[in-house]
Ligand binder design. Structure first.
Ligand code: MLT
Length: 388
């Protein structure tokens, strides 16, 4: 795997290596997932595209146990998650008192801190399992409250992990089966993305000072909130909408090419293409493009996203000689979420966080409790040169 660092590699640091956001430098191990520039994301050695029909609980079992569970093991794990899932109504009440004049992702961060303050037990493993179990209800409460949809429908964990999330969320006029399908898939595709993505790195850095799991994840989710990380799916959908407004939903490849050329000549951004690690179309995007083509081919957003998939890599490759001009998962995820009945782009980062907390929590368990024969990784403390 590309991210699997050989301990024998010795780096000679020069000035060119500084102020690069640590891009590509090995700093540790990740036991949950790896990202190969040519093949994309693997969970515990399994390509993510091979588990799109798995139950979320089965994928979470894999990430938490490092191996595929038998049916009995997965079903026992799912029932443990169900038992751990209730959140005290007092906490939900506190969340519904928060000011709404902020982003939903910030509300999600505050909700994590409230949950940790009142229900955290101070043990990384226990807290991680409790949090994973409670995440769907926590995220549903934040979204329903912020959107003005009222209190969540009462939790029914027996429905299944993401089925219960779709049930609790009071999305107006949505077809529940379509929502369940896209939420399950989106959730599975976003659990983890190697050890070095900004939110995972931040969560582990915060936890290295021995902050508890909830505080560490709050740091991670603040990192996720930025437009260069988790908010990119919201921005990509807004970008697709702006293209439809400018050239119409049935624009030809030529018309879209001209529009993209025009925007690039004005130094405007093209969203949803390129990735820090990948050098091919993101396999998570490929999975979503397939679903989009099969089920939502006539949706205007999907039509534009599919035209962009054909046109943008050529233009971006020629224009900027970018190493990766290919679609990443954000190029299509927002369009499919919208087509499936969830067109509320301001909540996309919360959906991303609901998934990503699962992988980051497991990565924190490794760094705190398992790394270095159980001693844990020391407090993060890289060196910065003094500059006058
Ligand atoms: C992703 O899901 O693509 C990431 O979190 C971004 C990254 O890997 O740096």
């Amino acid at each position: 795997m590309a991210e699997m660092a050989s301990t024998e590699i010795l780096l000679e640091i020069t000035k060119d290596n500084l102020e690069t956001g640590l891009r590509g430098y090995p700093v540790g191990y990740c036991t949950t997932s790896s990202v190969d520039p040519q093949k994309g994301l693997f969970y515990v050695g399994h390509p993510v595209s091979s588990m799109t029909h798995w139950d979320p609980e089965k994928v979470i079992y894999l990430l938490y146990h490092g191996q595929e569970g038998t049916n009995e093991q997965v079903s026992a794990f799912a029932s443990e998650l169900r038992e751990r899932s209730p959140i005290s109504p007092i906490i939900l009440g506190h969340i519904r008192q928060l000011p709404k004049q902020t982003t939903p992702t910030k509300l999600f961060c505050i909700a994590l801190l409230i949950l940790g303050s009142l229900e955290g037990v101070g043990d990384y493993r226990e807290d991680a399992l409790n949090l994973v179990a409670k995440l769907p209800e926590l995220a549903a409460c934040v979204i329903n409250y912020h959107a003005g949809w009222g209190n969540s429908n009462p939790s029914k964990p027996e429905l299944g992990y993401m089925e219960n999330f779709a049930h609790m969320l009071k999305v107006p006029n949505a077809d529940k089966d379509s929502l369940v399908q896209i939420f399950r898939l989106f959730n599975i595709l976003h659990y983890d993305h190697g050890g070095g993505n900004l939110s995972a790195f931040t969560g582990k850095a915060v936890s290295s000072g021995l902050e508890d799991l909830y505080g560490s994840l709050t740091g991670a989710m603040c990192a996720l909130a930025g437009p260069k990380h988790g908010r990119a799916n919201q921005d990509s959908l807004d970008f697709i909408n702006s293209l439809i407004e400018a050239i119409g939903e049935d624009a030809s490849d030529e018309k879209l090419t001209a529009e993209l050329e025009r925007r690039l000549s004005e130094n405007q951004l093209i969203f949803g293409f390129g990735h820090a690690v990948l050098r091919v179309e993101d396999p998570r995007a490929t999975v979503l493009y397939e679903l989009a083509q099969q089920q939502y081919a006539n949706n205007p957003l999907v039509k534009m996203a599919l035209t962009l998939r054909r046109v943008a890599p050529k233009i971006l490759g020629a224009h900027s000689k970018a190493a990766d001009p290919y679609p990443n998962v954000d190029a299509i995820s927002g369009s499919v979420l919208s087509a499936a009945g969830f067109p509320y782009s301001k909540y996309f980062t919360v959906l991303f966080g609901l998934a990503r907390c699962v992988g980051i929590s497991r990565q924190i368990i490794y760094e705190r409790l398992e790394a270095r024969d159980g001693k844990g990784v020391p407090i993060y403390r890289p060196k910065f040169f003094y500059l006058q």
